[in-house]
Design a protein around this ligand. Structure first.
Ligand code: TXA
Ligand code: MG
Length: 334
């Protein structure tokens, strides 16, 4: 049985108690819901991997309550002065928030990897729970492996009900897309996973170039190599509006920006009464916030193919396009 806890003080205390007993609890964050367990406990970590069905070689992000605790997890001696300065600037501007920093781990961390990924989440419920406990929380997204990340407690229960001890219902996540994973101990800052903080935002903070680590992703951030964000539908394709006529006229489920939906309607006319069209906001922040919910909603038509109408390319759409491509990649892109 998975308990549903409120995000009030009682719920937070109960979540903290479960975590202290090596239990696993889904918690809200400003990005997506995370599946939390004591990062120092092998028993809790095993439960997370088992509940998610996550490949054992895909490491977890460690979550702590403030920057000081975060830096305590890195081997600071391995960072040169410049790298330290960048990390401090980023922590000052981005934490708490959707940035995960990766660097060589501190000696006291027992894991087989030489590095550790660390983030200070922003959600007040999860920060309060972190304040109740005295260990970091390992928190992958709270979904069964390969499925879309959850942005509500309901999404968590869709794939993990009965597999985890509890979920704290903190409402809908305000960001809706995962954190940006950034390698900080290379010559240049390198993005391993695009996320809510764009390359431009990071460059504005550090006032220097940040690398989009396309080739580094698979080797340095193992999660990038796996299937992801797959709703249960027979086929998914990512396509530009110009080639979407067949999908539009057919009974495909369509996920499209508001302006693209309007364009498609003008160009190709009304859809079948039975066809489901999920309309997302035009700007990247709004689109990101609603995307995973739309992927789960597409499952209400389990027999229909899904067409994802690609938003424009451009710096501010990089993270969204990454998720759309990987969602479609799981079942074939057209
Ligand atoms: O927004 C987020 O980051 C959410 C919330 C819950 O914090 N968490 C999340 O975790 O997305 P997960 O496990 O779904 O994705 C973590 C990503 C994976 O791609 C993993 O490979 C990478 O971070 N990662 C974890 N530890 C790493 C490390 N030491 N070096 C490189 N990449 C690492
Ligand atoms: Mg995930």
């Amino acid at each position: 049985m998975t308990k549903i806890l409120k995000s009030d003080e009682n719920g937070r205390l109960e979540a903290a108690e479960i975590l202290c007993r090596d239990g696993i609890v889904a918690l809200p964050t400003e990005t997506v819901y995370g599946l939390a367990g004591n990062a120092n406990s092998v028993a809790a970590l095993n439960k997370i991997y088992q509940a998610k069905g996550r490949p054992a070689d895909n490491p977890l992000i460690w979550h702590v309550g403030d920057a000081e605790k975060a830096f305590d997890l890195f081997d600071l001696n391995s960072l040169n002065g410049c790298q330290k300065k960048r990390a401090e600037l980023l922590a000052k501007h981005c934490w708490p928030g959707p940035l995960t920093m990766v660097a060589k781990k501190a000696l006291h961390i027992k894991s087989s990897l030489p590095s550790v990924a660390v983030r200070v989440p922003k959600d007040s419920t999860t920060l309060a729970i972190l304040a109740h406990i005295n260990f970091p929380l390992a928190m992958p997204s709270a979904n069964l492996s390969t499925r879309p990340s959850p942005t509500s407690a309901l999404h968590v229960l869709k794939t993990l009900s009965g597999r985890i001890d509890a979920v704290v219902d903190g409402g809908v996540c305000e960001g809706g897309l995962e954190s940006t994973v950034l390698l900080i101990d290379d010559e240049k800052l390198t993005i391993l996973r695009p996320g809510l903080l764009s390359k431009q935002m990071l460059e504005d903070i550090v006032d220097e170039e940040v690398k989009q680590g396309k080739n580094a992703q698979k080797t340095l951030s193992p999660g990038q190599a796996y299937l992801h964000y797959s709703p249960h539908v027979p086929a998914i394709a990512l396509m530009s509006p110009e080639v979407a006529q067949n999908a539009w006229n057919d009974e495909h489920t369509i996920i499209a920006r508001k302006s693209d939906e309007a364009w498609l309607r003008r160009k190709f006319g009304m859809r079948h009464a039975q066809a489901l069209t999920l309309i997302l906001p035009d700007e990247p922040e709004g689109f990101a916030m609603k995307l995973y919910n739309a992927l789960y909603e597409a499952e209400s038509r389990p027999k229909n193919q899904l067409a994802l109408i690609a938003p424009p390319t451009g710096e501010e759409w990089v993270a969204v396009l990454d998720r759309l491509a990987r969602s479609a990649g799981a079942k074939g892109v057209c």
